[in-house]
Design a binder for this molecule. Sequence first.
Ligand code: GLY
Ligand code: MN
Ligand code: MN
Length: 433
Amino acid sequence: MRKPKVDMGVFKERRDRLKELAPGCAFLLSSAEELHWMPYRQDSNFYYLTGFDEPGSIALIRPGMDPEYVLFVQPKDPAMEIWDGYRYGQQGVVSEFGADKGILYSEFDKEAVEMLIDVDKLYFSLGNNAEMDRKVYALLDKTMRARGRTGKTRLPIHDPNDILGEMRVIKSLYEQDCMRESCRLSAQAHIEAMKFTKPGVTERQVLGVLMHRFFQENALREGYHSIVASGANACTLHYRFNDDTCKDGDVLLIDAGAEKNYYTADITRTFPINGKFSGPQKEIYDAVLKAQKEVISALKVGMAYFDMQKVAVKSLTESLVSLGLLRGDVNELIETHKYRKYYPHNIGHFLGMDVHDVGLYAKANEGRPLEAGMAFTVEPGLYVPVDDTEAPEEFRGIGVRIEDDILLTASGPEIMTKDVPKERDEVEAICNS
Ligand code: GLY
Ligand code: MN
Ligand code: MN
């Protein structure tokens, strides 16, 4: 028999919080769809509240009601389990996952109606799965009829992220430890990739070094499709081919992070393939590192989220002018967004169960203030297109991004990915070791 690998108290605590955050409401969460031959990953909100990672399941959670936590699951079926592996079944989800009731998935349409009659609001994520959407529309019709002429009409549907997104944006102590672990092991993988890389190896082989370390450390999977981009490939922000040869004199940009315990890291480092940055590479690298350090040193509880980008844009635009990549007045270049030619993305994003994690960046059109317990990336970059005839020739084809994962605490930022060096001389020393 399989056993859950995480203490179920973690998930119960989260469900218990819903009693205060969403009384009278029900959460209906559908498991992620299964794509055969691909590794299965549970839907993040589903996992966040249940810890249950089987496909073909539905969770119905009614905070404070009885039964409060129901899992609709696939039946125990020895014939099917020979093909697809162990299933917990109706009894298993009660004994191992703390569900109040386990019901067969095939009974959902019939059994769920009664459980929604006294609910005021339904949290359900429309648009992820057409079959599930149809089930829910039919369920709402049946529930409305079952309610009779009580003045209660159709149940309104709300986005679960209104509640769960805001819960997930502040990481608990358990989550902070999970994230530190993903960051630690991903940092090791980056260091090994730096040591391995030399002229003539392929991006694919470097990817293999990263994956080897990820899985040696019992990661569940890559947190996202890794980017191993040599030379001008680094100027493609979501470069995904990873099949070129690393050339002497170029830099290699690696953006990769492992997911462990359902939490992912997201690290980028850029380093010289032959172990020594060229003059122009140094200048671009230093500009990006300076911007990144300026953002990180400005971080504190209460800072507006969007101010991180403002700090980065100011620093990078000043550097672009002093490098001769842009000409003109810095403030005007910022106002007219001219910097976007070389810095086309944002400073970062929330990080957690998903690499671009849930949570609002703005409330009422104001950048939200940063809070203790938030985890996010700080990832400025500069990318000079190889065919940019306006750029000084020596910079063309250079792409640099430096990305760290931050946990904001009451006393300031904790850089969870600090184990991978980013000072130029330290990076070169590792590349040459
Ligand atoms: N690796 C995706 C990102 O940095 O946003
Ligand atoms: Mn990122
Ligand atoms: Mn990244």
